[in-house]
Design a protein around this ligand. Sequence first.
Ligand SMILES: [Zn+2]
Length: 167
Amino acid sequence: MTKACEKWKDQLLEAALTGARPKDLQVHLQSCRDCTTELRDLEALRARQDSMLPLLVKGSQPSTGFRARVLAAAEASGERKLGMRWRSWKLAGAMATAATVLTIGAIWYRATAQKISDDELAAAQKLAEWRAPSDSLLAIPGQEILRTTPKLGESYLNVPMSKVEEE
Ligand SMILES: [Zn+2]
């Protein structure tokens, strides 16, 4: 396209889009091969876009297999949920088994309690009373007061009076 044809650019585009052919443009096209080629290219481009438009519109709608895919995905997630439910059932089963073992252990312990010596019992009690070393970190000041009850005539608020005040 020569520089003289620059002014036809907009009209060429409009001609390609709308098909309008003003008289002066028609006259120019008859004498200018460049602009004719340009117009043909633009028209071809528009035609291609026109043919793509239905595809674009179609693409915005769910494809035929969309519904089936969604249903399949929903079913798959449902199965996964079912699997999770199975896992929780398994966990519950394991906990029930552990509870049963504990119960049997307790029965066995009671049955054999007489055979256990005092030393063993003391050791077992010590084990039961075992606290984590970090428990002391959780202790709050004055916890002893909350845990125990003061005996009659006893006070936990034994503030030693200073001799200076007494005098
Ligand atoms: Zn031209």
